[in-house]
Write a protein that binds this ligand. Structure first.
Ligand code: FAD
Length: 323
């Protein structure tokens, strides 16, 4: 028996969440006294694959084919399922990313496995129980879920597990999956990059603006702070609905869910639908001129005042610290 972890890459480079899932899965494998196998799909160099050894991968299955360069849900789910069967994996770990959210239920269905998606902690494992904490109701609550199936699939929320170094020298082998035409019902024809900015779901720091910014012409203060911090930019729903910012930046219940280490909310009231997508951020800083703004109730740090005065001062201070 073993633990299998799927590691995602973007254009051959592993995402930070890939190292997180390896580190997380290794901790589970150690608890169960099992080996950890990682599966990578796409064109990834040996050096990049070897880097998974920093977090404890014992074996790496490498699947590289021109047809699989882009993410294809059905094909990837089929490959991971076949690898899990070959490795006799009873636990399969993925990131709860865009791709992971599509893959995890498919793999669970194929393997007749229990699924914990949006996991935020290590499972409590004993002879009778396998309990895992996960987010529920769009991040408004946590649920302690018990997986009673023999095979278990866990989709770990990005940025919810600290990396733990555990050096191994992984054995890298090529994995040949048996794929059929139905695995390619969807074909990616072209990928159009809309921005070169840091991807929002993967960002460690997010600077987000709301209607308090008054209009798109004022977004410079958000961009400047984000640039100074190496952060991604986000916004509330009315801001993207009004066309001030692109829809890809809208976070919340109906937008992207983020869980960065630091979320800075500027001129955002903190409506429940907004909080649903950001409340699992590690540290929340709120800047709002209304001391009664609901966002302050969930903030770790709050500044009451005018964003147009405060934000440029913070940006200057950060730039000065860097010099
Ligand atoms: P406002 O509520 O108008 O708040 C602006 C804030 O800026 C205020 O708190 C004000 O005090 C502050 N402010 C004003 N001027 C300044 C200044 N100079 N300096 C500092 N602060 C200032 N919203 C989302 O964001 N994401 C979602 O996914 C989402 N999904 C929804 C789904 C449904 C079904 C519904 C009904 C609503 C949804 N909403 C969502 C909308 C949500 O209910 C709120 O209306 C929205 O989040 C409010 O956006 P806001 O905070 O930017 O604007």
């Amino acid at each position: 028996m073993s633990v299998l972890v799927f590691v995602e890459n973007i254009e051959g480079k592993f995402k930070k969440s890939a190292f997180e899932v390896v580190s997380y899965a290794k901790t589970i494998a150690n608890t169960l006294n099992q080996k950890l196998t990682a599966i990578s799909i796409g064109d990834v160099s040996d050096t990049a694959l070897e880097s998974l050894g920093k977090y404890g991968a014992n074996k790496i299955l490498n699947v590289n084919s021109e047809k699989l360069k882009s993410f294809i849900n059905q094909a990837y789910a089929s490959i991971i399922t076949q690898a899990a069967k070959q490795e006799e994996a009873t636990i399969i770990v993925l990131s709860n990313s865009f791709s992971g959210k599509g893959l995890a239920p498919r793999i669970a269905a194929k393997m007749e496995a229990g699924l914990a998606d949006g996991a935020v902690g290590l499972p409590e494992i004993n002879e009778n129980n396998f309990r895992i904490k996960k987010t529920a109701f769009s991040g408004k609550a946590f649920a302690l879920t018990e997986l009673t199936s023999v095979i278990k699939v866990i989709a770990l929320n990005p940025n919810s597990f600290e990396l733990r170094d555990e050096i191994t020298t992984p054995e890298i082998t090529t994995f040949e999956a048996d794929l059929h035409s139905q695995d390619f019902n969807t074909i990616v024809k072209e990928i159009v990059r809309t921005t070169d900015k840091i991807s929002l779901p993967d960002a460690e720091i997010v600077v987000s603006g709301g209607r308090g910014l008054k209009g798109p012409e004022n977004w410079g203060i958000i961009e400047d702070l984000a640039n100074a911090l190496g952060a991604a930019t986000a916004c509330s729903k009315p801001v993207s609905d009004a066309g001030w910012r692109p829809h890809e930046e809208h976070v919340g219940q109906t937008g992207i869910a983020v869980s960065p280490n630091l979320y800075i909310a500027i001129g955002i009231s903190g409506a429940i639908q907004h909080l649903a997508g950001v409340s699992s951020s590690k540290t929340i800083v709120v800047i709002n001129k209304d001391p009664e703004a609901p966002f302050f109730k969930v903030a770790d740090y709050g500044i009451v005042g005018d964003a147009f005065e405060i934000v440029p001062k913070i940006t200057s201070a950060i730039k000065a610290l860097k010099e």
